[in-house]
Design a protein around this ligand. Structure first.
Ligand code: A3D
Length: 311
């Protein structure tokens, strides 16, 4: 049986880490694609990663290219093509440049690998995944955006830091758009099954929620140039792994809603089952009134950015 193939569209900060993590999990052979100007950079990253393999013994092939033909019939695409934020920028400020790139990428993936599973990471996320879906004409179950997985892992991190308990035992979810209006569902967060509301004061919890909402910006400010890449890469790899190994993990992802949570026709962060068929289910459940109101507010923000795409 031949190995599966993952194509990483964009071989920058996140792209390079995606390649490393995918290789370490032996998920598939990996092709790192970038624009011709960056071809040397992705070929170099691929070669460097190939030379890391003897330490871990992972038997996957890693190559770099700027030729779309090299990604034909890849099983999974993870798209980071575009520019990241600089301090003082909102994700929405990236729309003009990244929309043109996303349309070009979508046309090419449609030609080269029409049956693939596609994970979008480029920002502004909820609009970019929508743009990919509209331009490619892919089935909605084959297109998903990575955001909630990262926002939730950030929320988990801050809870573990506050309680001093193992991050492994913290569960929680962040729903909604990947922007400052995202919705941490704090009442459902637990540490080892114990409600977080019994472990952390209300005031502290709201400051953790606030830090989660602006966690991306906190890193952008520290970097001074560019945005987070280690945790975003791992979050997308969890999604790709669930698809390739049919794990049916439940991960908050930007999925196309068809009435779930009262949302119709938009990609937004909702609990999503990812398996061999792609997006297999969205796990709808009843939100409390204030949570639903917050979700409606984040939907308004997503609708505004999507409208600006003109799609
Ligand atoms: P960066 O290191 O700049 O890499 C982007 C790469 O895309 C560069 O190597 C570019 O050459 C390449 N590129 C540009 N145009 C094309 C094209 N047409 N085809 C193929 N490749 C192209 O950025 P990064 O890796 O740090 O971030 C990538 C994107 O992810 C940005 O838009 C970020 O805002 C976004 N991001 C999203 C999240 C989410 O949680 C959704 C988190 C962090 C970053």
């Amino acid at each position: 049986m031949s190995k599966k193939r993952i194509a990483l569209i964009g071989g920058g900060q996140i792209g390079g880490n995606l390649a490393l993590l995918a290789a370490q999990k032996e998920l598939a052979d990996i092709i790192i694609f970038d624009i011709p100007k960056a071809e040397g950079m992705v070929k170099g990253k691929a070669l460097d990663l190939m030379q890391l393999r003897p330490h871990d013994g992972y038997d996957v092939n890693i190559t770099g290219t700027s030729d779309w033909k090299d990604v034909s019939d890849a099983d999974v695409f993870i798209i980071t093509a575009g520019i990241p934020r600089k301090p003082g920028m909102d994700r929405e400020d990236l729309l003009d440049i990244n929309l043109g790139i996303m349309k070009d990428v979508a046309e090419n993936i449609k030609t080269q690998a029409p049956n693939s599973f596609v994970i979008v990471i480029s920002n502004p996320l909820d609009a970019m995944v929508y743009a990919f879906y509209k331009t490619s004409g892919f089935q909605s179950k084959k297109v998903v955006g990575m955001a909630g997985a990262l926002d939730s892992t950030r929320f988990r991190t801050f809870i573990a830091m506050e309680t001093g308990l193992s991050v492994q035992d913290v569960t929680c979810m962040v729903l909604g758009g990947h922007g400052d209006t995202m919705v941490p569902i704090t009442r459902l967060a637990t540490v080892g099954g114990v409600p977080i509301t019994d472990l952390i004061s209300k005031e502290k919890l709201s400051s953790i929620e606030e830090r989660t909402r602006f966690a991306g910006g906190e890193i952008v400010k520290l970097f001074g140039n560019g945005s987070a890449f280690y945790a975003p890469a791992q979050s997308a790899i969890e999604m790709a792994e669930s698809y390739l190994r049919d794990k049916k993990r439940v991960i908050p992802c930007a999925s196309l809603c068809n009435g779930e949570f009262g949302i119709d026709g938009y990609f937004i962060g909702v609990p999503t089952v990812i398996g061999a068929n792609g997006v297999e289910r969205i796990l709808d459940f009843e939100l409390e009134k204030h949570e639903q109101q917050a979700l409606n507010q984040t939907l308004d923000a997503v609708k505004k950015t999507v409208a600006e795409t003109g799609l």
